[in-house]
Design a protein around this ligand. Structure first.
Ligand code: GEK
Length: 244
């Protein structure tokens, strides 16, 4: 990997650590950052692709909410076999959206893709057969999460699928400490130093708030999803599918 693509954002000691933001500096190193920080990221992206082949139906919309550089969008575009569909990727970071459009245009595909700069809380969702929230809900205010999940539920047709991936917390302190330690070991094994791990943790403190798996499941039930199953967990990272 070229040095400039490597995530070195927290490698030097910062006097004061600012809240983490999806700015141009983060965009530059994002693919490296997410792969070295999120256990199972590639498996989750591949599986989103496979699920799109199975669940996306003709003449529907597919949403990738908080699409970043479009990894899930591209996986779905590669795998969708249904006709007359549109993939809509939404992100509120101007820097992400600009780079995402370049990524998407660099590959060819049958299904049209629109990348929109918008807040997913305000973005209308209609006629969907698949909605993906891949590590995005954790950045939404906790009080606004139910409204967003309800909107996703309402946009999906019967038999449509929702994929939710998140960093989670555990109410049991012993389990929580173990999962956090295992995740930090994973980051160390991927070349992050103690300083980088500690500074990133501080930067995320005010912007990323995690829920328990039980809270996520309850929210989905309240939004009317009747078939919910976690299909992936590694340490404190999980992904679930919910079918309407
Ligand atoms: C992936 N899904 O590679 N509206 C729109 N976008 C938002 C909002 C919001 N209110 N809040 C945060 N974002 C991607 C990875 S990253 C996860 C998702 C991570 C966007 C934010 O700008 C960022 O691009 C993304 O959500 C979260 O499959 O970095 O841990």
């Amino acid at each position: 990997m070229h040095q400039s693509d490597t995530d070195l954002i927290f490698s030097q000691r910062h006097g004061q650590i600012k809240d983490f933001a999806f700015d141009a500096q983060v965009v530059e190193v994002f693919p490296d950052m997410i792969k070295r920080s999120v256990p199972g990221y590639n498996t989750i992206i591949d599986t989103i692709g496979r699920l799109s082949q199975r669940y996306v139906t003709d003449n529907t919309n597919v949403y990738d909410l908080g699409c970043s550089l479009g990894a899930a969008t591209l996986a779905m575009r590669k795998n969708i076999t249904a006709g007359g569909c549109n993939i809509i990727g939404v992100d509120n970071s101007a820097a992400m959206v600009e780079r995402c459009k370049m990524h998407v245009n660099a590959f060819k595909g049958q299904t049209p893709v629109n990348i929109e700069e918008a807040n997913i809380l305000e973005f209308p969702l209609v006629n969907a057969s698949m909605v993906v929230l891949n590590f995005t809900l954790q950045f939404i205010e906790q009080e606004q999460r139910q409204t967003l999940i309800n909107k996703i539920g309402e946009s999906l047709s019967s038999g449509g699928i929702f994929v939710l991936s998140e960093k989670i917390s555990d109410n049991d302190d012993v389990c929580q400490d173990l999962l956090v330690d295992l995740h930090h070991d994973f980051k160390r094994a991927n070349g992050y130093s103690e300083l980088e791990i500690a500074q990133k943790r501080t930067a995320l403190e005010n912007v990323m708030r995690t829920d328990t798996l039980a809270v996520h499941t309850q929210r989905l039930k309240q939004a009317g999803f009747s078939h919910i199953t976690p299909w992936f967990q590694c340490f404190n990272f999980f992904s679930l599918v919910a079918v309407k």
